[in-house]
Design a protein around this ligand. Structure first.
Ligand SMILES: C[S@@+](CC[C@H](N)C(=O)[O-])C[C@H]1O[C@@H](n2cnc3c(N)ncnc32)[C@H](O)[C@@H]1O
Length: 192
């Protein structure tokens, strides 16, 4: 586990108390990526306790998982080792992270919409530069957002972004102690 941060983060305590806080990876996301022609290196930003990273490793992606929660990354690495998967885990703030390699797929699952618009744009610009040719970005967000919100940002960065899919996610695992009254959506965009 690489550690570029060295300070504790608010999700640590919650993850300690709830080792499977977000449940399983959404069935719609699993179905999409089991049938996705873009394979190879995947970057999971704000990977939490690693439910998505572990799924992607199980279907053959080379996964790099980044989260500011050291506990989340440790829990993910423990599960990966128990399952025989090799995942690179990095404890860092995605706003400061410096990457040397490029990726075929970059995932933001329930993270990007939580930032101010100006930071969302900054993050999309930063991580667009970490995509390989024909690489894709997958963003999962509550359904009061629309794919257009993120597409407009991507297109303001480069005109050769195309929306491949926007999918409604009905399979939202129950989060202990929380009532979720909305659906999620996922969008996939490709840089051509
Ligand atoms: C709602 S959780 C989603 C976790 C995971 N993507 C999932 O869907 O299971 C958001 C995660 O993003 C992480 N996070 C929030 N801001 C971050 C930042 N600036 N840098 C790195 N991780 C961050 C939190 O620690 C938390 O684990």
């Amino acid at each position: 586990m690489e550690n570029n941060q060295g300070k504790s983060e608010s999700f640590d305590g919650t993850y300690d108390e709830k080792p499977e806080m977000f449940g399983h990876p959404y069935k719609e996301l699993q179905h999409y990526f089991k049938n996705c022609p873009i394979t190879g290196d995947l970057l999971d930003l704000g990977s939490g306790q690693g439910r998505d990273s572990l799924f992607f490793a199980s279907i053959g992606y080379n996964v790099t998982a980044v989260d500011s929660s050291r506990v989340g990354i440790q829990q993910m690495l423990y599960k990966a080792e128990s399952s025989g998967f090799k995942i690179d885990g990095i404890v860092d703030d995605i706003q400061n992270l410096k990457l040397e390699k490029k990726f075929n797929v970059i995932l933001f699952d329930m993270l990007l919409h939580g930032f101010e618009d100006s930071t969302q744009l900054e993050l999309l610009g930063k991580y667009s530069n970490s995509l390989k040719n024909k690489g894709i970005i997958c963003i999962v967000y509550p359904d009061d957002f629309k794919a257009d919100h993120f597409m407009n940002m991507l297109k303001s960065l480069a005109s050769n972004w195309n929306l491949l899919d926007e999918i409604i996610i009905n399979d939202i695992p129950k989060i202990e102690g929380e009532i979720i009254e909305y659906k999620f959506k996922m969008m996939v965009a490709q840089l051509s």
